[in-house]
Design a protein around this ligand. Sequence first.
Ligand SMILES: Nc1ncnc2c1ncn2[C@@H]1O[C@H](COP(=O)(O)OP(=O)(O)OP(=O)(O)O)[C@@H](O)[C@H]1O
Ligand SMILES: NC(=O)CC[C@H](N)C(=O)O
Length: 782
Amino acid sequence: MADKAVDLFVSIGLTEQKAKETSKNAQVTENLTQAIKLADDFAGVGARKEIGKLLYNVATKLKPQIKNHMNLLVQYISSKKITSEDQLNAAYSFLLHNIDSDFDAKAFEDVCGVGVVVTSEDIENAVEEVVKKHKDGLQSKRYHYNTGPMLGEIKSKIRWADGKAVKHELDMQILDLLGPKTEADREKPQKQKAPKATKTESTKTENNASSAAAADSIISSDGHLKGFAEVMGDALKFHKPGENYKTDGYVIVPTTMDSLQKHLKRTGGKVFTRFPPEPNGILHIGHAKAINFNFGYARATGGHCYLRYDDTNPEKEEEKFFVAIKEMVEWLGYKPYKVTHASDNFGKLYECAVQLIQKGHAYVCHMPADALKGFNVPDSPWRDRPIHESLQLFEDMKRGKINEGEATLRMKTTLEEGKKDPVAYRIKFTPHHRTGDEWCIYPTYDFTHCLCDSFEDITHSMCTKEFQSRRSSYYWLCNVLERYCPVQWEYGRLNLGYTVMSKRKIAKLISEGIVRDWDDPRLFTLTALRRRGFPPEAINYLCAKVGVTMAKTCTDMSMLESCVREVLNVSAKRAMAVLRPLKVVISSLPPNTPKELPVPDFPADESRGSHTIPFGSTIYIEQDDFRESADKSFYRLTKDHPVGLRYAGLVITVEKIIKDSLGKVSELQVSCKKASETEKPKAFIHWVADPLICEVRLYEQLFKHKNPEDSSEVPGGYLSDINHESLEVLPTAMADRSVASAPVYTKFQFERNGYFSVDPDSTPQKLIFNRTVTLKEDPGKK
Ligand SMILES: Nc1ncnc2c1ncn2[C@@H]1O[C@H](COP(=O)(O)OP(=O)(O)OP(=O)(O)O)[C@@H](O)[C@H]1O
Ligand SMILES: NC(=O)CC[C@H](N)C(=O)O
């Protein structure tokens, strides 16, 4: 059988290997066999080779929604009215756009360029015109010139010209203009490097040129952070509302077009999306992607997005999760069009279930839950029981007459992965957070989700890839109930390395005392990220960056950190803080040294304001910024080398080193000169005077391995992989007074140390800072 297909496919010009591969795909084999048979009828077996490529195209590209037009297309191909893939693509598009109208041959032929003849002279002339237009660019960049747009321009002049012939003609004319390629033409063009930051005082720590350049990408010309929508641009090529049928895999039934029209009337053609979390835990960074997809897409298209709690599992839901979820959606900058609950629809869903039974598409089954697990589950003996019996039993289930586990309602459909008759309703004598004990039967995800989407007229039902296997039952249920059927679009989950995200595992880390709570800054829940100081814009920015690809993304922490730095670079005021202080006493200050110094909030743009900080003869510097003796690569303070004090315009030189009984340096006595009156020091360091004592918490990754859940990487399980050095507390750090009384979550760049955010544990007596991220620079270069 398969051999026969292979022979047939070889007869249209496929290679043996391609023919074999093709024959393994049952659907394509069926399509192609049909197309070849039709073509034989129209043009005879002798024409097979000439039109084989186009027939193969039809067999593989023709969408199921317009499959009824195969005959028509093969006829056009056989009679040589359609001779190129380009024309075929135009034909597909025409047929999809006119799916619900009568076939208009004239319009079809116009759109597909039937009868249009393009001569080689036409091609030559069109290419000549375009080459002339691009002559300057071509001559200056030669073979590095991007000719892609030129091809586009030529094609727009001679729409139906053969692509290969056009490309050949273009290559020839360019060769004619530029002559053969030189060595330089063959070299790869160098990428433009961002200019290096010069080592001046102000550029060394903050605003290095590359981060400023990168910031350009998210800061729009009016100075606002760009949102998901702007960054994504039109990368998302979703169907237009009402054109659901154009999406691959969408199932069209006789009621489809009518229900789409009614849907458009209700929505006015707007995009409607929803973010549907289960209220059984705190949201994590993966959910931020879902939030951005749904809310961001609605915002970008002038549509609306619901926040819909998927609350069909009464035992797992808690009030605090409902509240926290909404708070996090708002924290990311989105406002739900409406907040809804799957449970709002329990009554309507019940009615749908009754209708489904009445139509013979569902039945009450008594197989125990265990017997339904896994694959190869035997058919239910109750599958064909009379409708009236299922109706009665379903009502009994609802009235609490049947015990938990003794009956379920099952739908007569099969999921993609082969699972048969998924459960629609189960009995649970558990009161529900919102409906109390009104119900003792609860609908499942497979029954609830698509119908709630349909009730809310969702245009794009976006979900993660694992739901692909539920798409068929989604469409099936809406269709058999003759309801509006949204389109389900799947995208890749966002995962991060060196962490766990599942709610159950986080709960375990908390109960084991490894982390403090859901918002411990070492976790990647959204509350944890907020606490650590990650700005919501940075999280949205990350989602936009990874969102453009629909693939599953395991994102590197460094990618998230670089988004955070970009945002904080332009939004976190500078301050000075010394994490591990070393006392420095200045023996005599130069005359007229001020007691207070003005410091710009953003040294790169002084117009953005300033603050003042105290100065005096006792200051504190970072222990690391002093070494008794050091090699030449150490630019900071040593016994022999002076160092500058940032913003003070002063240079200090070590006079005396005082050590404690253990031999550790406890104080430096220094002399001091104005920077203008001495040789320029190699570095300017940060310092504080009359500082605030505060606590600083530094974080590292919580797990030692990238995939702590992967047993091949961590055989002992994720709990055995904890990095016990992931939190370091510095109880006696010192910050300059400009940070005094900063509210919780205020963010600063502590110069040369990183970005820090005020922790909610802070008291009026003592501020506590979390280090959000270090500065990008290698600390050795400080
Ligand atoms: N890692 C992720 N990346 C992208 N989207 C996600 C991720 N995790 C969940 N979502 C999406 O967020 C929405 C709401 O999720 P819900 O809280 O019901 O998810 P979940 O899969 O139970 O999450 P968990 O990861 O905590 O098990 C769903 O559309 C879900 O597909
Ligand atoms: N379709 C979806 O987006 C799934 C949402 C659902 N709350 C779940 O993750 O289980």
